[in-house]
Design a protein around this ligand. Sequence first.
Ligand SMILES: *Cc1c(COP(=O)(O)O)cnc(C)c1O
Length: 479
Amino acid sequence: MQTITEEQSKQISDLMKDFIEQTINLYDTLPMRPVGCPADQKTLAYLEKLPIPNQERPLSEVFREMLQDIYASTLFAQHPRSFSCIPSTASLLSWMGDVMTSAYNPHAGCQVNAPVAALIEKKLIRWMCGLAGYPEESGGLFVSGGSIANLTALTAARDAKLASEECKDATIYISNQTHSSIAKALHIIGFCKDQIHTIPTGRSFRMDLSALQAAITDDIKRGKKPFAVIASAGTTNTGSIDPIADIAALCHKHNMWLHVDGAFGASALLSKQQRKKLARIELSDSISWDAHKWMLQTYSCSVVLIRNQENLVCSFAAHPEYLKDAENTEGCAEFWDLGPELTRPARSLKLWLTLQAMGSEKMGHVIDHGCAMAKLAEDIIRKSPGWEISSPAQLGIVNFRYAPDQAMPENALNQLNQDISKKINESGFAQVFTTQLLGKTVLRMCTINPETTKQDIHDTVARLVRIGHACTMPFTLSA
Ligand SMILES: *Cc1c(COP(=O)(O)O)cnc(C)c1O
């Protein structure tokens, strides 16, 4: 049965050529466009009513609908003035790799199905393990994102450190800045909330070592079994890095697993200037590292690295009869033996293409640029009257707030900064979200996009300052 007519393949060819040109143009003109284009109510209502048709529709019509009604209202996380969350740094190179990979659609679950993609994935994992300083027996896997990387690593940690009857008494240590995906992962693999100890961080937003030590000692006294610490290498709120070397020493002393959540910050290993901030990361047992955050990749592209690959095999290997003929005969672990996924796309190929085309050194410069832009934002904000730095620039993230009048009550200041964020986002010029630090609402900029210019930073801060003034006019007038 023919699902695509000859006429349609000709049309696909023409439409896609056109699409590629439009995409290049879109990326070229991105800085001139608004960051986000909210979907209009009419379009949403139209799509809501649109049925799944029983019969075919003209392809050109569907194509136009996809472009105008669906993709057109994208919020561009890869826009150079998108500073919210961890923005995307996706480059056209990664997009190219993505398009090419999905065209061939390799099944990257095992080596028999996609032998060359398997080789590339292993080479990249070895290279990334090398950057982390991991030993020969280390390994890892490409996964969809940091959340699944964390889940994969924590499953291996549980199985390596705990007999099943010990699980209910086990305790895990995170900080109050640890990413929410860790608690989710621990929930999925069977731990209760009261088994997770949240360690304070104070003004530095780094895990307090003596509090960690005290919690572990206390738990041992209570008959609990401390088994893992999650250190963050680049927290999502502030970019802070936990004291990895000291935590590693504690883990060693108590025979605990050290997982480093570097979903955001592990990319700093690519930079000669920044990598020393992650000193001793090689002492960890596992690392999460998102390539779709700071290594220019489109979603979804992330890795979980592990000091000893056997730990992944122990947790995830399964040898069902229907896969017997697809298993390699050399006895080495298949990708489906290293994590939760069986069928998976060859996520490594777009990263390979990007690195081959640009070289790893330039990617290191991308990291330096992101850090420099956050520092520039910090410097400008420090010179702006009424503005204060809440957390200085760390790994491309800076937090600050407008507090023009010390007499203003705290909740009014919180609302003021929330309003400033709302107004700049609505303007479409830039996107800056708030977060909470030490109980206060603060503005947060994550400046990792390599296309972000100094001018973008100057213009964005200038706008924030202007909006801040405008928001306080009624306040100052009535005062
Ligand atoms: C983004 C992030 C995650 C989650 O990664 P996803 O790719 O969004 O699943 C986990 N940890 C940290 C520190 C992050 O910044």
